[in-house]
Design a protein around this ligand. Structure first.
Ligand code: GDP
Ligand code: IMO
Ligand code: MG
Length: 432
């Protein structure tokens, strides 16, 4: 197989639905062909699964490329970094024998998530009567809120000589906010101890990643930018307020890393062959019947971060086309096609009916989306086990017809098809 990084030096992998599309598997596969893997937004709310040699790894904060020996990894300024999760993840990777710290570069401008943020995340959810978002509880929203309100704590702050004073000042402000929740102040010592451990482990890895990434590109290094979450969880373009707090779409690359738009050569969108969502919010093609249960069981649709059952439903082509437009997707990787193996018939949503009107484009407004009745077309299933198929032309005819229909509806080539979690369960179609 030819190495597309020779032609497209900087490529982005991002999710086109509500997350969990299989980005981890794809990043791990493509990482074999490049020199660097870089995270640019989100935090430990992500759960990216990589499977090989009979083992499964779930990455939350560290780029999935860390599992490929020798590869350089970067955590950019757009990521919100929880030192507690970070230390746990590094420990678990090192206990598995991976060399991590010498290969990892962390932005001095990234914001930190402290126990305070996780407390507020959970307290806010608990205090909501109806509109719970169903967050991962990882402190993501409160940390990004602090960043935008210019009250955050950055990695450069805790690398400064007066870092302990800076934490005390930060905690004084935050403890006043905790009072609003009738919560006892959190001791400064807890935060100082945690940050002290983080400094001990990570100080040597903290750097100006914008400059590092830019220079690496100038030197011709091949890089893969690993998106977290998915297009419909984007703070601007997702199903607000049932979204995460970062830009999960292509814009997040530029603000979260400091590369400029001309530096991105190719965007690869990851699309699951059906739809899932974890957390609350409207989901027009959701199946609450036995078919939905079948997808959940066969697709092992349980959250990689929280273990929550994922809601499952039919493929929604309005979402696919929307994600192509917002992100400028050049090529699609279609994952989990094997999960549809047993279906007699398969439905594809091509639009929504609301009252007497039919909409063929995705609708962001949640109150409208909640009323949308999917308009479906139905295709025959293939009722054949595809897990051992090695070439695209050996797929059953109805499976190829399904893929090609999605490709037409999404107006973008599906270049790769995934038929299982393993590296080998991947079909590469002829690539231009
Ligand atoms: P991510 O957040 O986008 O990286 O996706 P997750 O790791 O949260 O969820 C995807 C799940 O599907 C993981 O358990 C993967 O191992 C698994 N997976 C990925 N690709 C395939 C596939 O083609 N078929 C099947 N059956 N499972 C897959
Ligand atoms: P990966 O990278 C799926 C969802 C949560 C919730 C909403 C807000 O593995 O695809 P947050 O904790 O971010 O404030 O939660 O976003 N969510 C995800 N859903 N995959 C993810 O990441 C997610 N990260 C956050 O379930 O609905
Ligand atoms: Mg995931």
């Amino acid at each position: 197989m030819k190495n597309l990084f020779d032609k497209y030096r900087t490529q982005v992998v991002l999710g086109m639905q509500w997350g969990d599309e299989g980005k981890g598997k794809v990043v791990d596969l493509l990482a074999e062909q490049c020199d660097m893997v870089i995270r640019y937004q989100g935090g430990a709310n992500a759960g990216h699964t990589v499977q090989f040699d009979g083992k499964q790894f779930i990455l939350h904060l560290v780029p999935s490329g860390i599992l490929r020996p020798g590869l350089t990894c970067v955590i950019g300024n757009g990521v919100v970094l929880d030192p507690e999760s970070f230390l746990e993840e590094i420990h678990s990777l090192e206990s598995e024998g991976f060399e991590v710290m010498p290969r990892l570069h962390i932005s001095h401008l990234a914001h930190l998530i402290l126990p305070f943020h996780k407390f507020i995340d959970k307290a806010k959810e608990a205090s909501k009567a109806g509109q719970k978002i169903g967050t991962t509880g990882r402190g993501i929203g409160p940390a990004y809120s602090d960043k935008i309100s210019r009250e955050g704590l950055r990695i450069c702050d805790i690398m400064a000589p007066d870092w302990q004073d800076r934490i005390r000042t930060f905690m004084a402000v935050k403890n006043r906010q905790l009072g609003l929740y009738d919560h006892e102040p959190l001791p400064d010592k807890e935060a100082i101890d945690l940050i002290g451990r983080f400094r001990g482990k990570a100080a040597g890895s903290v750097t100006d990643t914008r400059r590092f990434v830019y220079q690496s590109r100038q030197e011709g290094r091949r890089m893969l930018l690993e998106g977290a979450q998915g297009t419909l969880l984007d703070i601007d373009f997702g199903t607000y307020p049932y979204v995460t707090s970062s830009n999960t779409t292509i814009g997040g690359v530029f603000t979260g890393l400091g590369l400029n738009p001309r530096n991105v050569d190719r965007v690869i969108g990851i699309l699951k062959a059906y739809t899932t969502r974890v957390g609350n919010g409207p989901f027009p093609t959701e199946l609450t019947d036995d078919t939905g249960e079948h997808l959940r069981e066969k697709g092992h649709e349980f959250g990689a971060t929280t273990g929550r059952p994922r809601r499952c439903g039919w493929f929604d082509a309005t979402i696919g086309r929307y994600a192509v437009q917002v992100n400028g997707v050049d090529a699609i990787v279609l994952t989990k096609l094997d999960v549809l193996d047993n279906m007699e018939t398969i439905k594809i949503c091509t639009g929504y009916r609301i009252g007497d009107s039919v909409f063929t484009e995705f609708i962001n407004d949640c109150s409208m989306l909640a009323q949308a009745e999917p308009v479906y077309e139905t295709m025959p299933g293939w009722q054949t086990d595809t897990s051992d198929i090695k070439t695209y032309r050996d797929l059953p005819g109805p499976a190829r017809a399904y893929i090609e229909r999605l490709e037409t509806l999404c107006e973008t080539p599906i270049e790769t098809v995934s038929l299982g979690p393993a590296r080998s369960a991947t079909l590469w179609r002829a690539v231009a």
